[in-house]
Design a protein around this ligand. Sequence first.
Ligand code: SAH
Length: 216
Amino acid sequence: MPASYADRLYRTRRRALVDHLRERGISNERVLNAIEAVPRHAFVEPAFQERAYEDEALPIGRSQTISQPFTVAYQTSLLDPQPGERILEVGTGSGYQAAVLCEMEAQVFSVERHKALLERAKRTLKQLSYRVRTRHNDGTQGWPGLAPYHGILVTAGAQEVPQPLLDQLRPDGGRLIIPVGPEGEHVMHRIVRTDEDTYEHETLGTFRFVPLVPES
Ligand code: SAH
């Protein structure tokens, strides 16, 4: 397939995906614009590129998945990153979510525990000129050296909320979006730090994530 034809095809599919997300209740136009802009097919393996614009999670190797577009749109809407804000992602995976955050003009930092996945994500992001600072580490520890963050987005399901992530939020409204619960039924939490010692918790829909695995 000639490149220009493929680009047009994928662009059309991306637009259809955005329409679908809108129908499913995503209304943040900045999020929808970002999803319309990011070539998700570049973040999946060649064997799955044809399915890149279906609303499905897809395998990316090492038993991990690129999150379903609805989940990305939902979490990003809850985070609502503003231009220039410092955002930490836990679980780089394919790099797709980080690219969506870049499209929204956030300063993006991302931590991944699988070295091979991280190396591939870095290559993809670089090829597409997305600037993301990454670190190979256990993301339950956050990235203390660069804290505090306006927002932290966790893209794997946690058993409980890691204390370091709470500590690394800005005390003037920093927000943490994190799925929490036993495997297979993670409840989305939105936690806002409104003061040094004050956190407001809100629980939202149920999702299925790959597990957040702390280093032992
Ligand atoms: N945001 C990714 C989705 C990746 S799935 C994307 O857009 O493609 C979740 C990712 O979290 C996996 O890559 C997994 O390896 C990673 N992960 C799981 N536990 C982790 C931990 N403790 N620290 C950092 N990354 C972790």
